[in-house]
Design a protein around this ligand. Structure first.
Ligand code: ADP
Ligand code: MG
Length: 265
């Protein structure tokens, strides 16, 4: 077990983000390698949420956090080391993702999302740099810096909504509370799988201006996403279901896990 931060020896920097730095570290006694994410906490509530979420999670589809330490102004997460870096790194290195690879990737991310949803957690930032790969080549979800804990999805069975007003139920079920957030993670998954297959961000075209207005149009206005002709019908249909603009019509994680593109992966 890791008793203090001094048990860990810093070896190199794995990544740098908005919130802090991630180091590759080695346990002095056991020689086990870990990733150490150091966040400047400054009593930031989002950091507290991230720690709270990480402590609860136990899933083979999500990067494990073994310990959380508070030191002066920093919050430190000791995490499972994902040796092969992120999907973002893989895309930068121009790794080619075949359709079977994309399909098993989608399957794992969906299982991770199903777990989070059961825990009432909206990830909120599913993207290539937050999807990490271990030495076995398994992809796992990481980075809960943008996550929210929301009420669980099934209002019918637990009876708690029985006393809620219509607008409250609406807010919980369709508004900023629950389902909207879960559906947002599904959309992001659709962008990621398509990006892995075509090797670049899929919603804009090559040569498009890299500004907010172009991106906004690509996400909110453009009717059809260009899906390569080489894609199977299953893949095309799967991506179409994730990238349904109206979140009420978008498939849920459960529905997508039954889709022929990812089933039995
Ligand atoms: P941020 O909130 O700064 O985006 P992340 O948790 O996404 O922090 O980590 C930033 C980067 O650090 C990742 O994109 C990845 O390259 C690297 N990284 C993070 N966690 C690990 C880990 N457990 N194993 C290996 N690399 C990691
Ligand atoms: Mg990140």
């Amino acid at each position: 077990p890791i008793e203090t931060l001094y048990d860990l020896e810093k070896l190199s920097v794995l990544g740098q983000g908005s919130g802090g730095t991630v180091y590759k570290t080695r346990h002095r006694r056991t020689k086990t390698l870990y990733a150490l994410k150091v966040l400047r906490s400054n009593l930031h509530t989002t950091v507290a949420v991230e720690a709270d979420i990480l402590k609860r999670i136990e899933s083979s589809f999500i990067v494990t956090c073994y310990a959380v330490f508070v030191s002066l102004s920093d919050l430190c997460f000791v995490m499972e080391l994902m040796e092969k870096g992120s999907l973002h790194d893989a895309l930068l290195a121009q790794q080619v993702f075949s359709e079977p690879m994309v399909s098993s990737l989608a399957n794992r991310i969906l299982k991770g999302l199903r777990y989070l949803q059961e825990m009432g957690i909206v990830h909120g930032d599913i993207k290539p740099s937050n999807l990490l790969i271990n030495k076995k080549g398994e992809v796992k979800i990481a980075d809960f810096g943008a996550s929210r804990i929301v009420a669980g999805g099934d209002y019918g069975s637990n009876g708690t909504c029985a006393y809620m007003s219509p607008e409250r139920v609406d807010l919980e079920k369709w508004g900023f509370g629950g389902e909207v957030g879960f559906a947002g993670d599904v959309w992001s998954l659709g962008v990621v799988v398509l990006e892995c297959y075509i090797g670049r961000y899929p919603l804009t075209k090559v040569g498009d201006k890299p500004d907010w207005a172009t991106l906004f149009c690509a996400i909110c206005c453009n009717e059809k996403v260009d899906i390569p002709v080489s894609c199977s019908l299953e893949f095309r249909d799967f991506v179409g279901r994730c990238l349904e603009k109206d979140w009420r019509k978008r498939d849920t994680v459960e529905e997508l896990l039954r889709h022929s593109f990812v089933k039995n992966r």
